[in-house]
Design a protein around this ligand. Structure first.
Ligand code: CA
Ligand code: CA
Ligand code: CA
Ligand code: CA
Length: 358
């Protein structure tokens, strides 16, 4: 009896295991057959494609194949790109390639967007081998304009000394001045300043102004313009007259009258080629006047469109003017026509000075 019960349990277990056979394999099925637990019979394996699991597997296989196909497709494209950039079918890549074949500004550098290193292929003064200079450009293509160089000149009110960067449109106060009407830089780098009766020089060590041994010595009236050329001549304009001042003694000498109705409005300046100019208030707006340093005779150049240009300086091949109302302007020395660069609100400029190397 016990044995019969045991045999019945064995039969039941065997039947249970057979129905739960995860693999569907049956040792009595043929090599190309698989046991179907639902029908309870062996069936050809090909028919098992209908089995839900097998269908999923087949889909998975298809998906993998599809994924591979996509990759293969990409690989094929990559291969095409690597071997043939001028493939006619790849229009998106062709346009920059054509541009890349030329150096538009002829500075020897291909444009950045074409794989070169020229940050501006339309400006020859900009490329990685260009030295940074004082202008409005990032010459060396490191994304910073005028970095690593000093692009300032001196400017003054009647009491304060400033440094102005005309490219950054910035101003900073660096010291005091003793009521100067104007100033300029000597070729040796010393800054000289002028009052109506005295020449001064700046001791840069102590940042204090020192009066020259003697007063100007002659009545120069309301002298308001001063400039120093490369031969150490100090020029002073006052009304309609031109003077020179001895840099050692500080004594002034009359050169001559300018003639006409010219009247120094606030400053004179020498260019790097020692041409002497001043602004004159004899016209509705200030004019630019050329002065012959030998005779003192003036020649009208043109009107500026600005009033009270009390400071002039020549730097970086540009003639700058500053007005009593804080305007920074650029003056065309050929015709006097001027453009506003920036207004420093709250400032009143009396003089300006650059250095000889500018
Ligand atoms: Ca270029
Ligand atoms: Ca360039
Ligand atoms: Ca730069
Ligand atoms: Ca620059």
């Amino acid at each position: 009896m016990l044995k019969l019960i045991a045999l019945l349990m064995f039969a039941l277990l065997t039947a249970a295991c057979g129905s739960d056979d995860a693999t569907g394999e049956d040792p009595e099925c043929g090599a190309n057959e698989i046991y179907n637990p639902i029908s309870g019979a062996c069936e050809e394996r090909v028919r098992n494609a209908n089995n839900v699991n097998n269908v999923n597997n087949a889909n998975n296989v298809n998906n993998v194949n599809n994924a591979n196909n996509v990759n293969n497709s990409n690989n094929a494209n990559n291969s095409n790109n690597a071997t043939n950039n001028n493939d006619d079918e790849d229009m998106g890549m062709d346009m920059p390639d054509l541009l890349c074949t030329s150096d538009n500004d002829n500075d020897g550098h291909i444009a950045l967007e074409c794989g070169g290193d020229d940050c501006n292929d339309l400006e020859a003064a900009q490329n990685p081998t260009q030295a940074e200079i004082c202008d409005d450009l990032d010459n060396n293509c490191d994304s910073i304009v005028n970095n690593g160089i000093d692009c300032t000149f001196y400017a003054q009110s009647d009491q304060k000394l400033y440094l102005i960067d005309p490219f950054a449109r910035s101003i900073s106060e660096v010291g005091d001045v003793p009521g100067l009407f104007d100033m300029d830089t000597h070729p040796d780098g010393t800054l000289y300043g002028l009052t109506t009766t005295q020449l001064w020089r700046l001791d840069e060590t102590s940042m204090t102004w020192v009066a020259l041994p003697q007063p100007l010595g002659v009545d120069i009236g309301t002298a308001n313009g001063m400039a120093i050329d490369s031969e150490e001549n100090i020029w002073v304009t006052s009304g309609n007259n031109l003077f020179t001042v001895d840099v050692t003694t500080g004594v002034a000498t009359l050169v001559g009258a300018m003639g006409g109705t010219y009247s120094s409005s606030g400053d004179c300046v020498v260019t790097k080629s020692d041409a002497l100019y001043m602004t004159s208030s004899h016209t509705l707006t200030d004019s630019l006047v050329f002065i012959d340093g030998t005779t003192g005779v003036g020649s009208f150049v043109g009107t500026t469109g600005f009033n009270d240009i009390w400071a002039l300086t020549s730097a970086w091949n540009t003639l700058y003017g500053l007005t009593s109302s804080g305007q920074l302007i650029e003056i065309d020395r050929n015709n006097g026509q001027s453009t506003l660069i920036h207004t420093f609100n709250g400032y009143s400029f009396y003089g300006a000075a650059s250095t000889p190397d500018r």
